[in-house]
Design a protein around this ligand. Structure first.
Ligand SMILES: NC(=O)c1ccc[n+]([C@@H]2O[C@H](COP(=O)([O-])OP(=O)(O)OC[C@H]3O[C@@H](n4cnc5c(N)ncnc54)[C@H](OP(=O)(O)O)[C@@H]3O)[C@@H](O)[C@H]2O)c1
Length: 251
C-alpha cells in the first residue's frame, strides 16, 4: 500500500463526541483531513466541529447518527456521500457499557448488543461495500479487550465486543484483497465518561493519548492494535487462566 496522505481526504467519525474519538479527531485534523462528525448530540458535535475548524484550518461537517436506528443508516450514509463526495475512511467509535442497575435483564442486554454490535454491523455494511467498490479506503473499528473473555460483571458487553472483533477480522480478510485496510482497536481501561465512577479499574489510560495512538496506526502495518500496548500481554495472561480457576475470580 502507498503511503497514506490524509490532507483534504474525508474521514467519517461515528460516535464523534466520545472521549477517545476526540483524541482521534485532533490527530486526523493535524494531518489536514476533512472530518464528518456523526452522533446523537448535535450541540456537542457543532461545537467540536467549529473548534477543529478554527484550530486546525480544516473542513468539518457534522450530522445526526443513531447506531440503534438501523433503518436510518442508508439515508445517513447517502447524506454523508452527498456532503463529502469521496470518502477515505471511517472510524467507528461509539459504544455503550450498559446500566449496571439492570445489566442482567434481557431488555438491557438487548440494548448493549444492539448498540455495540448490530448497530456497527448495520452501518459498516454500507461503508464496507463502498470501499470495496472504490478499491481503497480504511475502516478503524474500536472493539475492546473486554471481548477477549466473558466476565460475570457485564458479559453482554463482553459478548458484543467479542462479536465485533470477529466481525472486523472477517471484514479485514474480505477487504484486504481490495486494497482496503481494516484496523481492529482493543483499548484497555480508558478514563472517559463511559468508565467514570466504575470500580476495579487499573492502568487507566488518557483518552487523548489513546486516540492519537489509534490514528498513528494508520501509518503502521499491523491490523490489530492493543492500546496501551501492555494490554496485549495482560490479555495473554487472562486467556491462559483455565476456566475452572477463571470462574472463581471476580474482575
Ligand atoms: N473507556 C474505556 O475504558 C474503553 C475501553 C475499551 C473500549 N472502549 C470503547 O471505545 C469506544 C469509545 O468509548 P469512550 O470510552 O470514548 O466513550 P464515551 O466517551 O463514553 O462515549 C461514548 C460514545 O458513544 C456514543 N453513543 C452511545 N450510544 C450511541 C448511539 N445509539 N448512537 C450513536 N452514538 C452513540 C455516545 O454518543 P452520545 O453523546 O450520543 O451518547 C458517545 O459519543 C467505545 O466503543 C467503547 O466501547 C472504551
Amino acid at each position: 500500500m502507498n503511503k497514506l496522505i490524509l490532507k483534504k481526504r474525508s474521514v467519517v467519525i461515528l460516535g464523534a463526541s466520545s472521549a477517545i474519538a476526540k483524541g482521534c479527531c485532533k490527530a486526523l485534523a493535524e494531518q489536514g483531513a476533512t472530518l464528518y462528525l456523526a452522533g446523537r448530540n448535535l450541540t456537542e458535535l457543532e461545537s467540536l466541529a467549529n473548534d477543529l475548524k478554527i484550530r486546525y484550518a480544516i473542513e468539518t461537517h457534522y450530522g445526526f447518527f443513531d447506531a440503534e436506528n438501523f433503518d436510518s443508516h442508508p439515508d445517513f450514509f447517502n447524506e454523508v456521500c452527498k456532503v463529502l463526495g469521496e470518502i477515505e475512511g471511517v472510524l467507528l467509535a461509539f459504544g455503550y457499557l450498559g446500566n449496571s442497575q439492570n445489566i442482567f435483564d434481557f431488555s438491557e442486554q438487548k440494548n448493549i448488543l444492539n448498540r455495540n454490535l448490530i448497530g456497527s454491523v448495520s452501518i459498516l455494511s454500507l461503508f464496507a461495500n463502498y470501499f470495496e467498490k472504490a478499491q481503497r479506503g480504511f475502516i478503524i473499528g474500536i472493539s475492546s479487550v473486554a471481548g477477549e473473555r466473558g466476565r460475570s460483571k457485564n458479559y453482554a458487553y463482553d459478548a458484543a465486543k467479542s462479536g465485533l472483533t470477529t466481525y472486523f477480522q472477517g471484514l479485514n480478510q474480505r477487504l484486504s484483497r481490495k486494497n482496503v485496510r481494516v484496523i481492529t482497536v482493543k483499548p484497555g481501561f480508558v478514563d472517559t465518561p463511559m468508565t467514570f465512577g466504575k470500580t476495579g479499574m487499573f492502568l487507566v489510560a488518557d483518552p487523548e493519548i489513546v486516540g492519537r495512538r489509534i490514528i498513528k496506526q494508520l501509518f503502521l502495518r499491523k491490523d490489530v492494535l492493543y492500546v496501551p500496548w501492555f494490554w496485549r500481554y495482560i490479555v495473554l495472561v487472562m486467556q491462559c487462566i483455565p476456566e475452572f480457576l477463571f470462574k472463581k475470580l471476580s474482575f
